[in-house]
Design a protein around this ligand. Structure first.
Ligand SMILES: Cc1cc2nc3c(=O)[nH]c(=O)nc-3n(C[C@H](O)[C@H](O)[C@H](O)COP(=O)(O)O)c2cc1C
Length: 370
């Protein structure tokens, strides 16, 4: 092991969470759970990564118990006896390999289209509505709807704890429901959940508090957020470190333990005048541990294959730049998406300097649960 790669394979400790390495598997929707239930192939998929140097698995987005939570085919549920029994198998398999795992709790909000599972007649739900030719495509959420969704997240967190998950990750990123409230581009409400960024954060703050209340003081809560939206890669919630600090403070105080700062390329400075990326700034501003992500181990390719119909291939690359930032303690943990999706042994190959053996990522990589 070269000196600089050592920190990536050091344990990470935070109260009740002890990770064997600092490699995190990024949450990636795989659409391999027919009827919303993760089966044996999904169990094996996660087990393989836990057995090969991944310290923390963040599962693919898994939906909370609300009629509009899901947006895509064959996405696993995080409610119902059958689905939770499937997840319990995943937890046990990952633990047997010495790994840790948290579910990514997800509500897609206004991204949902009519005709989607599990109830095709249910439209998207969002902070603001959308009607076309007299048909409701997105239902504008009432205060009761807001409370219902918050309760669904709290219940999912309770269930995560009950089946032995090591914590939860709340999906507040990428233009899905929680982020639709954050973002002025999708939140035109005139009540206390709209207007200023502080008001647009109210939904997330109440939701985090409810999850904290449900799981107690010592259970790890990870919160994933992003500036970019799947609807607009260039979108930004905040333009300055000061504004980022103001945005994060109430979320942090509501009960977040770790921030998962989603960027598309980890090496891009978040603000002018400093090399720090989003995870670096977030760590400084909140004093909480952070996870970085975005093109780790890949060549910087533009695309995120789940949104674009691209033939582009992402080639493996070395991770010296990443290690330098990790060793400087810019962030605490490193999430790896596509490189781990295509190559379960990515972490071991990096540790052992076997870079030439790492597989490239292409759209075909999505066809199987390798
Ligand atoms: C196939 C695929 C599915 C994804 N699904 C999710 C998801 O369910 N939740 C989420 O927060 N991010 C999701 N992402 C984003 C990844 O977590 C990650 O942030 C992104 O791929 C950048 O990391 P990478 O360059 O290492 O792949 C997905 C990415 C891919 C490629």
């Amino acid at each position: 092991m070269s000196a600089s790669v050592e920190r990536l394979f050091e344990p990470f400790r935070l109260a009740n969470l002890e990770l064997p390495t600092r490699v995190v598997m990024a949450p990636m929707t795989r659409n391999f759970s027919p009827g919303g239930v993760p089966h044996a192939d999904v169990v094996e998929y996660y087990r393989r990564r836990a057995a090969a140097g991944v310290g923390l698995i963040v599962t693919e987005g898994t939906t909370v118990n609300h009629p509009a939570a899901n947006g895509y085919p064959n996405v696993p549920r995080f409610y119902g006896e059958d689905a939770l029994a499937g997840w319990k198998q995943v937890v046990d398999a990952v633990h047997a390999e010495g790994g840790k795992i948290v579910p990514q709790l997800w509500h897609v909000g206004a991204v949902r289209r009519l005709g989607t599972e599990p109830e095709p007649s249910v439209p998207g739900y969002g902070p603001s509505g959308k009607v076309k030719d007299g048909q409701v495509l997105v239902h504008e959420m009432t205060r009761q709807d807001i409370q219902d969704v918050i309760a669904a997240f709290a219940q999912a967190a309770r269930d995560a704890k009950a089946i032995g998950m090591d914590g939860v990750e709340i999906h507040g990123a990428h233009g899905y429901l929680i982020d639709q409230f954050f973002w002025a581009g999708s939140n035109q409400r005139s009540d206390e959940y709209g207007g200023s960024l502080a008001n647009r954060s109210r939904f997330a703050i109440e939701l985090i508090k409810a999850v904290r209340e449900a799981v107690g003081p010592d259970y790890p809560i990870i919160f994933r957020f992003s500036q970019w939206k799947q609807q607009d890669y260039g979108a930004r919630l905040v333009e300055t470190p000061e504004a980022l600090g103001e945005f994060l403070k109430p979320l942090s105080e509501a009960g977040v333990d770790i921030f998962h700062c989603s960027t598309r390329r980890f090496w891009i400075p978040e603000f002018e005048g400093s090399e720090l990326n989003l995870a670096g700034w977030t760590r400084q501003l909140t004093g909480k541990p952070t996870i970085t992500v975005g093109n780790v181990g890949l060549d910087g390719s533009e695309f995120l294959a789940f949104f674009g119909n691209t033939q582009e291939v992402a080639q493996p690359s070395g991770i010296d730049g990443l290690l330098e930032r990790l060793n400087n303690q810019e962030f605490d943990l490193v999430a790896v998406g596509r490189a781990l999706l295509v190559d379960p042994d990515w972490a071991l190959k990096v540790r052992d300097g076997r870079l030439a053996d790492i597989k490239p990522f292409s759209r075909e990589s999505l066809a199987t649960l390798a």
